[in-house]
Write a protein that binds this ligand. Structure first.
Ligand code: ZN
Ligand code: ZN
Length: 354
């Protein structure tokens, strides 16, 4: 049996590189040799035991690689093709997928909440030398020759997720948009709001490195929540409330601030992952009759989504490279989690090379 190196989750605060069996491709599946991957904020939740996955699972869900093996039933790909695979791998066949809700894929049987997120969640993930890609026909996106691995790795999850916050809000040309929190996903939401045509983007963030990057991604004003009353300031700057507020943290306080800084009839687009109870205060919600809209989105995946995002990098409409601040080898993954998790040295996103 052939083996490979992989980052295995063994329990809360227990991860590390192990030799595990190398996957092989069954019908409709492919194996890619990973050439670049990264660590997601969600992986930190897994590491800390805040999001449960089975011990023994290889984690990570942002793969760039080269096709090593193609199972039966696939067409249009060949061994050696460079591919990007989304964090979400829809089957493309089920009720959810065919209703354009790929992230809630039911794997051929209807609808399953978060069912499209499989890598490093319900099946082995990308922080490894090799990765088994399910439903490969729907999920292998060929990388254009002129794009490097580093230019596309952040499209698998954070750019797709961040942009989707702006897309789900249906931002219109001339809208005012507030983006609450400027972690990697919030920064991509800011970039997405700009691409969607917002005329005025206000972001909320207190970390100096992230504040600076927020301006680079398209924010006109960055508010430090430690220095001002965020809601009052956004209402003042937008003369009555933002058209759209994007929540990118997953806390009661940011959700509530997002709701409170909207104009009546505005849209709260929520990207955060919440735990415990999430409450909607009636006063911020105009007692339920203020025509507010609350929408949520899980990272859109699939090869067509990846093709579209890569085309944005190719045409220089979006540059994800500034977000990639640190580089590590797969063998240094524990150190990489430390640096990423503690945000030390201005770390935004790390690249991991097997
Ligand atoms: Zn993620
Ligand atoms: Zn499906």
């Amino acid at each position: 049996m052939q083996t490979m190196k992989a980052n295995v989750f063994r329990g809360p605060n227990k991860i590390g590189i192990e030799e595990v069996p190398r996957p092989s491709a069954g019908v409709g599946e492919a194996v890619i040799r990973i050439t670049l991957t990264t660590i997601c904020g969600t992986d930190l939740h897994i590491l800390r035991g805040e999001y449960p996955v089975k011990p023994g699972l290889v984690i990570g869900h942002e793969p760039v690689g080269v096709i090593e093996e193609l199972g039966e039933g696939l067409s249009g790909h060949k061994i050696g093709d460079r591919v990007l695979v989304g964090a979400i791998t829809p089957c493309g066949q089920c009720r959810a997928c065919l209703s354009a809700q790929w992230a809630q894929c039911g794997h051929g049987e209807g609808v399953e909440a978060i069912g499209g997120w499989r890598f490093g969640n319900t099946i082995n993930g990308a922080q490894a030398e090799y990765l088994l890609v399910p439903n490969a026909q729907a999920n292998l996106a060929k990388i254009p020759d002129e794009l490097t691995d580093e230019q596309v790795v952040l499209l698998a999850d954070i750019a797709s997720t961040g942009f989707s916050g702006a897309e789900s809000a249906n931002i219109r040309i001339g809208d005012t948009v507030a983006v609450l929190a400027q972690g990697p996903i919030g920064l991509c939401a800011t970039a997405g709001a700009k691409l969607m045509g917002a005329s005025f983007i206000i972001s909320v963030e207190g970390d100096p490195v992230r504040m600076e990057m927020s301006k680079r991604m398209g924010a006109y004003v960055v508010l430090d929540p430690k220095q001002c009353d965020v809601v009052a300031e956004i209402k003042k700057l937008t003369r009555g409330g933002a058209d759209v507020a994007i929540e990118a943290l997953g806390l009661q306080v940011t959700f509530e601030n997002a709701l409170r800084c909207l104009r009546p009839g505005g849209t709260l687009s929520s990207l955060g992952v919440y735990s415990g109870k999430l409450q909607v205060p009636y006063d911020a919600f105009a007692a339920g009759i203020g025509d507010y809209k609350i929408v949520t989105t899980l990272c859109p995946g699939g090869k067509e989504r990846m093709r579209r995002l890569m085309s944005m990098v190719q045409s220089k409409r979006f540059d994800p490279l500034p977000l990639l601040t640190h580089r590590f080898k797969l063998d240094q993954i524990v150190e990489a989690y430390d640096v990423f998790g503690s945000r030390s040295d201005g770390c935004l996103k790390v690249s991991i090379t097997p």
